[in-house]
Design a protein around this ligand. Structure first.
Ligand code: ADP
Ligand code: ASP
Ligand code: MG
Length: 441
């Protein structure tokens, strides 16, 4: 079986949806399992709607979302009543929220779930119109049961076996909602923004797919974000480990969690362009060591802005790992991920992926020593088979130095997969341009 996941832009209008359906139809022999995102921008619109309703406003904000889908349905010549049930449920949720003037994470997930529920029904209907036996399924009907972490839910371990069984038993092409699931109690959850890629990988791992195809509006994973460097080129092949570093450090092309389920089962992931279906895209494969042999120096660059650095100076902890253990323990306690660390005898500096809970962490840190928090930083990450080869770091920092871009907290992954460092937010794009020019052209 083949998993084919289509992102928001790929199902962004009637023409795109027809093209996506042709792609599915031409892959029928490989038994496609289709996963879709919401129609482009719809999740943002639903999020905005939810917030307005929570303030008692937004009485007129449901209609544009309905109209957007209505236009697509009309242009495709599908049954105009296709989404009546979803529209009704969304209207009543909006009305209820306006009345209650309250919005928790659970209600937000309910709002956001409509995008994928609507797009999946449109794509399935269009496939049927084109003569393909297809049906739309909210992922929960096929076994996507998650924990109760609304806004960033995780599938329960048992989901994998259930999905394998349920999807395996289907006699038609399922068009499954990305991004959403339900708890055991039946509450709707989301896997986090951009989470449809993750759904595709979970389903691929569950059914033991031959390949997981992620169809987007870019040629594949590029040497850097093409919106910043138009000269960016597609990287034909990456190891899971490299793709995972790129995704984690800001490449908005693949959801960071989407790599792991596929990697565990060694299922190749292809990132392909719906606009150019004949292109080869990027293939993500197992085995960094193997792949690194064919790689020359640096392959791709990414950045992640708005990172916070925390410096802790502690003359008390002169020796050993005492200071690190204390500091890490505090971040762990408050569930705050650490990205880059650099240390000296009596100090530690680290970047954190969210400062949501920093206020809770600070009192504990202050007991250890003097603490300084610096906001507005960006992490830059370079990956490639030989980023730790002689001279690579020198050349990178010389190029940045020529452009007067200050660099701090340089760190190299042990395996030589990546090099990361920190620059000021406002230098991030320029740093990427300089490095791309230096290494890729
Ligand atoms: P989808 O429609 O599948 O959800 P996304 O919008 O999530 O697609 O991801 C594609 C976008 O990611 C592209 O528009 C591109 O600008 C951005 N992007 C950032 N970094 C990269 C990269 N290294 N390679 C390709 N695209 C990238
Ligand atoms: N529709 C969701 C979002 O926009 C999930 C996704 O597209 O992957 O975040
Ligand atoms: Mg996405």
């Amino acid at each position: 079986m083949l998993v084919m996941k289509f992102g928001g832009t790929s199902v962004g209008n009637a023409q795109r949806i027809e093209e996506v359906c042709s792609l599915v139809r031409s892959s029928l022999r490989r038994k496609p399992v289709v996963v879709v995102s919401a129609v482009a921008t719809v999740t943002d619109a639903l999020t905005a709607l939810a917030k307005e309703c929570a303030q008692g406003r937004g009485a007129r904000s449901v209609q544009p979302i309905i109209d957007r889908h209505g236009e697509v349905i009309a242009a495709l010549g599908l049954d105009r009543s296709l989404l009546e049930k979803e529209y009704d449920e969304l209207r009543s949720l909006a009305a209820k929220t306006r009345k209650r003037k309250k919005l928790d994470k659970k209600a937000m997930d309910h709002f956001q779930s409509f995008g994928e529920r609507m797009s999946s029904r449109i794509v399935a209907a269009q496939l049927r119109k084109m003569g393909v036996r297809a049906g739309a399924f909210p992922a929960w009907e096929l076994g996507m049961v998650t924990n109760r972490e609304f806004g960033s839910a995780e599938p329960l371990e048992g989901s994998y076996a259930t999905m394998k069984e349920k999807i395996g038993a289907l006699k038609l092409v399922p068009v499954i909602t990305g991004f959403i699931g339900k708890t055991k109690k039946g509450e709707i959850t989301t896997l986090g923004r951009g989470g449809s890629d993750y759904t595709a990988a979970i389903i691929g791992a569950a059914i033991g797919a031959e390949t997981i195809q992620i169809w987007k509006e870019v040629d594949g994973i590029m040497t850097t974000d093409p919106r910043i460097v138009p000269e960016a080129r597609v990287v034909p092949e990456l190891a899971f480990e490299e793709a995972s570093e790129l995704a984690y450090f800001g490449a908005k092309v693949l959801h960071p969690k989407a790599i792991l389920p596929a990697m565990k089962k060694r299922i190749p992931v292809q990132v392909l362009n719906t606009f150019k279906p004949k292109g080869k895209g990027t293939t993500i494969v197992s085995g960094f060591a193997e792949r690194a042999k064919g790689s020359d120096t640096v392959e791709a660059f990414t950045f992640k802005k708005n990172t916070t650095i925390v410096h802790v100076y502690s003359p008390e902890f002169f020796e050993g790992s005492g200071l690190l253990a204390h500091v890490f323990g505090l971040f762990e306690k408050y569930d705050t991920g650490i990205d880059i660390v650099s240390t000296s005898v009596a100090s530690v500096s680290l970047t954190i992926d969210t400062d949501e809970r920093l206020e809770k962490i600070l009192p504990g840190l202050r007991k250890l020593g003097q603490v300084e928090v610096v906001r507005g930083k960006a992490i830059v990450c370079a990956v490639g088979g030989k980023v730790n080869a002689a001279g690579v770091a020198g050349r990178m920092f010389t190029a940045l130095g020529r452009d007067s871009i200050p660099v701090e907290m340089i760190s190299q992954a042990a395996s030589g997969i990546s090099m990361t460092f920190v620059v000021n937010n406002e230098d991030a794009e320029e740093a990427i341009k300089v490095l791309h020019k230096e290494y890729i052209g």
